[in-house]
Each structure stands twice: as structure tokens, then as C-alpha cells.
Design a protein around this ligand. Structure first.
Ligand code: AMP
Length: 328
């Protein structure tokens, strides 16, 4: 039997090149090897203040991009988080074994809370909902970017604590991180994560950006006043970010990339990155348009996906309730 893998992206915006390089590229290989579940985490999107129409559009777009990138409903399960009520049920049960102290230490929450006055309880609860997503399905592997490492650690701790207190109930999940590209940075501010939730997208490449916009964004990417093309994230964050993108998409090791660019200038690096990004994104965009024009197909795929896993999720919630002493 194949081992279980679970991961998700939240439709707070449109997928970026960071999502592709840091996550989806890896998922494509993994769907061949694992019993994979790829979720569109629409409930997680409600943790930020999002307009219903925007959420609906983004939710179709993220699933359309999953399919356009090559996630195949015949090989994996694709669905929307809100289609399976067990996620929120388990979230509450896990809330009650999470301490305020450990939840308050989550850096993603602290960063978002600092820059936003109207922080919701949902945003605070985000990591426990993510833990529920993963633990519901006995996922052994969770491929994620660096930004989610702390949340995954919390999910592991909750699983271990629950098992110790109530008896073996959850599989303790392992995070799977890309060696290169686990964190792709904003092209204008290469110490900040490339994010789909930004107001200003000048440093973020969206998978749906027109080709000439992608070229411009890469051309304007911030580098440094040196001229050496080497991977040195601390001293050369901009160049290292471009090298990471190139390395993942060209499927070359960082050593091979450095050798390839040895003696070349930053203009050449940007041209090569631009070419490989466009060669990757252009075919995805054509398929993306197909799905966006056939939303009924998206709905059918997601409904079939949800139906496939719903019974398993309900069974897990029932077991957790029993273990905790609830009668129903
Ligand atoms: P999110 O964008 O938070 O919905 O995350 C979807 C997946 O993409 C998660 O596995 C993230 O860790 C990953 N991810 C998001 N942004 C980046 C980035 N800038 N670089 C690498 N991985 C990312």
C-alpha cells in the first residue's frame, strides 16, 4: 500500500512562482509515488479579511492551476477543505489540547498580527486547523515550504501529546522540504517571502501574469553591486534567489548552476531565468484558461475528491471524540 501524503495551498490570492518552485513542482513527482491528497484550503483563507467574490474566484483559480500544473485526479485526490466538515470538527478537539503559550509562539501569526489591527480569532487558530487537516488523514508526509515548518512542528507535537494522553490515534507527520527553493523571495525585496497575499505584486511573479510582465519583473529583480554569480543567500540574497529558481526549474544542482554561470554577468542570469520561467509557465497558462472556462469540470473533480475521503475523515473524528470521552 502506498504511504499517505497531504498538503494544501490557501486561496488568499493567485498562485505565485514561489508556490510552484517551493511546492507544486515537488508535488508533481510525489503524486506518482504516494497516496496523495492535495487540498485547496479555502477555510484558511477566511483568516484574512477577504471579499466573498474574490475568495470564490481564487478558489476556482487555485484548483485550475493545480490541474494545469499537472496534478492528476486519476492519480491523487483534489478537493476543497470546506467540502469536508470533519476539518473544523477536529480543529475544535485539537484546540482543547493546545496551550495558549505554544499557539502564541507561532511567528506567522505574530508577523501578521503586527501589521494588522483587525486580527481575527481564526488567524490565531490557523495552525490548529492546519494540524487537523493533516492528522485527519493519517498523513505520513507533508511537503511544504520553509514558511510552514513551525506549523508542522505544532501538528507533530499535538499528535504526540494526544497519543500519549488518549492512546495511539494519530500518525505523527513528517515535513518534506525542497533542498533548493524551499523559500523563494520577493524579486524587489529578496529578504521577504514571495507571497500571493501581498497588496503590491511588483516583486511577485503570479502564474497568471502575462509573459511580458514576467519578463519585466525578472529584468527589474534586485541584485547587488558585485558581479559574481554564486549562491550566497546571506550576502547575495537577490542573486541567490534567482539561482534557486533556475536550479529547480532547470533541474540542475546548485553546483552545476554556478559552473554554468561562471564568468557570465547578471544580465545573462536574468535572461536564462526569464527563459526557463516562461517555458514552465506558458503551457500551464493555456491549460489554466481551459479550466477557468470549464468550472463545472473543476466542481466535478473536487466533489469526487471530497467523496473519496469524507468517510475516512468522519471515522477519525469519531475515534477522537470517543477517546476524549464524548458520547454520541
Ligand atoms: P500558501 O501560499 O501559504 O497557501 O502555501 C502553499 C504552499 O506553497 C506551502 O507548501 C508553502 O510552504 C509554499 N510556499 C508559499 N510561498 C512560498 C515561497 N515564497 N517559496 C517557497 N514555497 C512557498
Amino acid at each position: 500500500m502506498k504511504e499517505r501524503l497531504y498538503t494544501a495551498a490557501k486561496p488568499t490570492g493567485r498562485l505565485t512562482l514561489g508556490n510552484y518552485v517551493g511546492a507544486v513542482d515537488n508535488w508533481l513527482k510525489m503524486q506518482e509515488e504516494y497516496d496523495s491528497i492535495f487540498c485547496v484550503a479555502d477555510l484558511h483563507s477566511l483568516t484574512v479579511n477577504i471579499d466573498p467574490k474574490e475568495l470564490r474566484d481564487n478558489s476556482y483559480a487555485v484548483m485550475a492551476n493545480y490541474l494545469a500544473c499537472g496534478l492528476d485526479p486519476n492519480k491523487c485526490t483534489l478537493y476543497y477543505q470546506s467540502q469536508v466538515p470533519a476539518h473544523t470538527a477536529l480543529c475544535w478537539l485539537l484546540d482543547c489540547v493546545t496551550s495558549m503559550g505554544e499557539a502564541s509562539r507561532m511567528t506567522a501569526y505574530k508577523e501578521k498580527a503586527q501589521s494588522n489591527k483587525n486580527v481575527s480569532v481564526g488567524l490565531f487558530n490557523y495552525p490548529m486547523l492546519m494540524a487537523a487537516d493533516i492528522l485527519l488523514y493519517d498523513a505520513k508526509y507533508v511537503p511544504i515550504g520553509e514558511d510552514q515548518r513551525q506549523h508542522l512542528e505544532l501538528a507533530r507535537n499535538l499528535a504526540i501529546r494526544f497519543n500519549n494522553k488518549y492512546g495511539e490515534t494519530f500518525v505523527v507527520p513528517q515535513g518534506v522540504y525542497q533542498k533548493v527553493g524551499a523559500k523563494i523571495y520577493n524579486l524587489q525585496n529578496p529578504t521577504k517571502k514571495m507571497s500571493k497575499s501581498d497588496f503590491d505584486n511588483s516583486g511577485n511573479i503570479l502564474l497568471e501574469d502575462p509573459i511580458d510582465v514576467i519578463k519585466q519583473k525578472i529584468k527589474r529583480a534586485v541584485t547587488d553591486s558585485d558581479s559574481k554569480i554564486i549562491y550566497d543567500p546571506e550576502n547575495k540574497p537577490g542573486v541567490s534567489n534567482l539561482l534557486s529558481i533556475y536550479s529547480v526549474l532547470a533541474k540542475k544542482s546548485m553546483k552545476e548552476c554556478e559552473a554554468f554561470f561562471d564568468g557570465k554577468n547578471y544580465g545573462a542570469l536574468k535572461n536564462e531565468v526569464s527563459d526557463i520561467v516562461i517555458a514552465t509557465i506558458e503551457p500551464i497558462q493555456q491549460k489554466f484558461m481551459y479550466y477557468m472556462n470549464n468550472k463545472d469540470e473543476i466542481e466535478k473533480i473536487a466533489t469526487q475528491g471530497a467523496e473519496r475521503i469524507e468517510a475516512e475523515a468522519d471515522k477519525k473524528v469519531k475515534l477522537v471524540k470517543e477517546r476524549m470521552g464524548l458520547i454520541f
